[in-house]
Design a protein around this ligand. Structure first.
Ligand SMILES: Cc1cc2nc3c(=O)[nH]c(=O)nc-3n(C[C@H](O)[C@H](O)[C@H](O)COP(=O)(O)OP(=O)(O)OC[C@H]3O[C@@H](n4cnc5c(N)ncnc54)[C@H](O)[C@@H]3O)c2cc1C
Length: 426
């Protein structure tokens, strides 16, 4: 695709926003099409009429996510992502009511006050095994019988891979951990006010400033394929012809790609995340508390609400929302108190179930990653990565998809599919 030509990006989740921003920066005319009435996809702020405002689910970034942090910097939002717990993550144990700070960087563990409970000498080779690019196996097998599994490895695994530890991929977690141990890689950030004001709105503003056009409520129904290229996008209300030299980034989840392009192999197993949100008077500045030996995994307390995350929530996703909200608050209220976070009693609560929160990231070969199905089309999305399916993976996939199309100067003369280089995920 030639700079100055048109790039259609379908899907305004993080991957689509990253693709659109990269293309605008490179001088393309960008048209972003999003089916939902708001942008952000799985990273969005929910503001129901008459209800309270919260994110669909708490999203954390790490210093080990340089591409996501760089995108935030470019859209002027980096300073809005703050470290809620710079002194180490307070983790509350529901079984014994104790709270302890845990460092996320192995060097932190030299200080007993930041060491995960149960860490012993016999864990070191297992941790090293995780960090090395060896044959894949389930993380649960690797740490079988070790106290560290319950105290640290399991919560870390579901936080990063959203997949039960019994099946989760050691290799995929290892790729993330090798980045976490780099300087600053273990710093944990959250959006100060929320994903809408601190990510999605600044991205849309930057896009609009760059001349990008954004259509919300614009659903792609079908794709018209002629030989090796896409000739038209059939939207719900019109058909968009794709001119010679124009390009298309489909920044969509695998299930949607499977509907549009049934012949393409894509991952078909997902894991849910359940989030419970409580309207309460909270702290002035966001606080973040981990839980273990509990249904809940972490709680983020903001000025006017608390959001609680249950990752890899297959066992809870079918439960009655009211019962879940009650059960989760019973766990979280003492955890917050123990961490010195003063909150009131909830005056309103809401449970958000994301049944397909991420793909399942189980041990075994990486799933299919068909990045360039046609000469003028690239796919993007968090599932198109060898890294864990996260914001970082979504940003990398979106930026790389746009750059790859922009680099292909005469797509109509290209007859072979060009595989995209996988992002550095050693
Ligand atoms: C509750 C929860 C908590 C999470 N926590 C974290 C975290 O702490 N840290 C982290 O890094 N990641 C986290 N993630 C993962 C992160 O949200 C995703 O990796 C990321 O948002 C994926 O972005 P995406 O653009 O690939 O996909 P999506 O966000 O799914 O974007 C796809 C977009 O395409 C749109 N679309 C679908 N079909 C069509 C169509 N036919 N036409 C037009 N548009 C269409 C959708 O509406 C959507 O906006 C979490 C996810 C969830 C659900």
């Amino acid at each position: 695709m030639i700079p100055g030509r048109r790039l259609h990006v379908v899907g305004a989740g993080v991957a689509g926003l990253a693709a659109a921003l990269a293309a605008v920066r490179a001088g393309a005319q960008v048209h972003l099409h999003e089916a939902a009435p708001q942008a952000g996809g799985r990273c969005r702020t929910v503001s129901p009429a008459g209800g309270f405002t919260h994110d669909n689910g708490t999203h954390a970034l790490l210093g080990a996510n340089p591409r996501a942090l760089a995108m935030l910097a470019r859209i002027g939002a980096r300073g809005r992502w703050i470290e809620p717990e710079p002194a180490g993550l307070p983790v509350w144990d529901a079984a014994n009511g104790r709270i302890a700070r845990v460092g996320l960087h192995p060097l932190d563990w030299l200080r007993p006050g930041l060491r995960p409970e149960g860490l012993g000498l016999a864990d070191l080779p297992r941790l090293a095994r995780l960090a090395l690019p060896l044959r894949d196996r389930a993380i649960g097998d690797l740490f079988a019988g070790r106290a560290l599994l319950e105290s640290f490895v399991e919560p870390l695994t579901v936080a990063v891979l959203n997949t039960p530890v019994e099946i989760a991929s050691a290799r995929r977690l290892g790729r993330a951990l090798r980045r976490v141990v780099r300087p600053g890689g273990a710093r944990l950030f959250v959006a100060e006010r929320g994903l809408g004001p601190d990510l999605v709105a600044p991205a849309l503003d930057a896009l609009a400033r760059g001349g990008g056009r954004i259509a919300l409520g614009a659903r792609l129904r079908a794709i018209d394929v002629r030989e090796d290229r896409v000739a038209a996008l059939v939207m719900a209300d019109r058909t968009i012809a794709i001119g010679p030299g124009d390009g298309v980034v489909l920044a969509l989840p695998p299930a949607e790609i499977a509907r549009l392009l049934p012949a393409l192999p894509v991952p078909d197993a997902y894991e849910p995340i359940v989030n419970a949100h409580y309207r309460v008077a909270g702290p002035d500045r966001p606080r973040f508390v981990g839980l273990r030996r509990a249904l809940s995994h972490w709680a983020l307390a903001r000025e006017d609400h608390v959001s609680v995350t249950v990752s890899a929530a297959g066992a809870a996703v079918g439960d009655d929302p009211q019962a879940l909200a009650t059960r989760i608050w019973r766990e979280v209220a003492p955890a917050l108190r123990a961490a010195g976070v003063t909150v009131g009693e909830p005056v309103e609560q809401r449970v958000v179930k994301e049944k397909r929160a991420t793909i399942r990231q189980a041990a075994g070969p990486d799933g299919p990653q068909p990045r360039a199905p046609f000469t003028n089309v690239r796919l993007a999305g968090d599932w198109l990565s060898r890294l864990p399916a996260t914001i970082e993976a979504a940003v990398i996939s979106g930026e790389d998809a746009a750059r790859d199309l922009l680099a292909a100067s005469a797509p109509r003369t290209v007859r072979t599919q060009r595989a995209l280089p996988a992002e550095s995920a050693r």
